[in-house]
Design a protein around this ligand. Structure first.
Ligand code: IPM
Ligand code: MN
Length: 365
């Protein structure tokens, strides 16, 4: 079997971290999958070279691939560009074109990284959340949007819009993934104020009837934001709209200790889209110190959700844990003096070595 993977390294630390992830992907799939990787431009560097944040060739080649893997886009030098040229516009356009609407963002509190989180260990214990963030609707895509003069004053506006089918389809994904976990879905909205949330809640309740084995609860986004850091272990699967999911999933990075740890997979469309949730981190780009583990964990999700290689996916995830247990840390994770500071490249190599070591050790797991 071949896996045609379009890799969009993007801006900032994107190229550094995707390089390590692809390296790990190649190693674990050797002899099992023929991995065909093509690197394509997106984001700020694509604007510089081709005048567009999503060049047509990139789009066409992504549409002809089995999966798309993005590093990160954006940076301060592009912030003042008009909307059509913003790196983020390219990202939203590729998300839309690929069609995946359910962005799965796991956030797990690893024991080895407990010292990296500002939360107390007893609060963190057992925290293992899977966010299902709706990715193609809400304020990110709602029309009308823009700037206007209203009564002589300059005004900016967006619209948080959801239709019943858009809510139904993402709710189904949440209930289905919950069945493979602890069978609990928390739907997060702002139904005490927003009509769009009232519809959201009504539709989620309706969909839940098809999953009587899964417990459904509702939380308002403000109190959910608080519970995420006071009782994170009380969540299993969280389903929420685009903007709430954007905000809450970054907040959940506090559980793992670093934004650099979190992977994501976007499913439900024609072609799955994979991206670590950290941004382009322009302040540390090009220094070789970025944490590649979010990108490497994203590679595991490619194997799980596109290539159907669950065992290889797990071998990557277990190797990440083994490397952390051995005390190796990129700069964002290093706290104690006895931890060994490693570079982006070394971290990639250590994960590879841990995979090899696990292979040569016979296990019955
Ligand atoms: C994310 C990012 C993006 C988003 C930006 C870069 C457009 O913050 O993936 O969480 O808001 O979706
Ligand atoms: Mn975000």
């Amino acid at each position: 079997m071949t896996l045609k993977l379009a890799v969009l390294p993007g801006d900032g630390i994107g190229p550094e971290v995707t390089r390590q992830a692809v390296r790990v992907l190649r190693a674990v799939t050797e002899g099992k999958l023929e991995l065909q990787v093509e690197e394509l431009p997106i984001g700020g560097n694509a604007v510089k070279k081709f005048g567009a944040p999503l060049p047509d060739e990139t789009l066409q080649k992504c549409l002809a691939s089995d999966a798309v893997f993005l590093g990160a886009v954006g940076g301060p030098e592009f912030d003042s560009l008009p909307r059509a040229q913003k790196p983020e516009t390219g990202l939203l356009a590729i998300r839309k074109a690929l069609g995946g609407f359910a962005n799965l963002r796991p956030a797990v509190a690893y024991g080895a990284l407990a010292a990296c989180s500002p939360l107390r260990p007893e609060v963190l214990r057992g925290a293992d959340i899977l966010f299902v963030r709706e990715l193609l609707g809400g304020a990110y895509f709602g029309e009308p949007r823009g700037f206007a003069q209203r009564d002589g004053v300059e005004t900016g506006f967006n619209n948080m819009v959801y239709s019943v089918p858009e809510i139904e389809r993402v709710a189904h994904v949440a209930f289905q993934v919950a069945r493979g976990r602890r069978k609990k879905v928390t739907s997060i909205d702002k139904a005490n104020v927003l009509e769009v949330s009232q519809l959201w809640r009504r539709v989620v309740i309706e969909v839940a009837k098809q999953y009587p084995d899964v417990t459904l609860e509702h939380q308002l986004v403000d109190s959910a934001a608080m519970r995420l850091v006071t009782a994170p272990a009380s969540f299993d699967v969280v389903v929420t709209e685009n903007l709430f999911g954007d905000i809450l999933s970054d907040e959940a990075a506090a559980l793992t200790g670093s934004l650099g740890m979190l992977p994501s997979a976007t499913v439900g469309g024609k072609i799955n889209f994979y991206e670590p949730i950290h941004g382009s981190a322009p302040d540390i780009a090009g220094k070789g110190i970025a944490n590649p583990l979010g990108a490497i964990a994203t590679a595991a999700m490619i194997l799980r959700y596109t290539a159907n290689c669950e065992q290889e996916a797990r071998s990557i995830e277990q190797a990440i844990l083994a490397v952390l247990d051995s005390g190796c840390r990129t700069a964002d994770l290093k706290r104690a003096a006895n931890e060994r500071l490693v570079s982006t490249e070394e971290m990639g190599r250590l994960v590879l070595e841990a995979i090899d070591k696990a292979k040569s050790r016979p296990t019955h797991a």
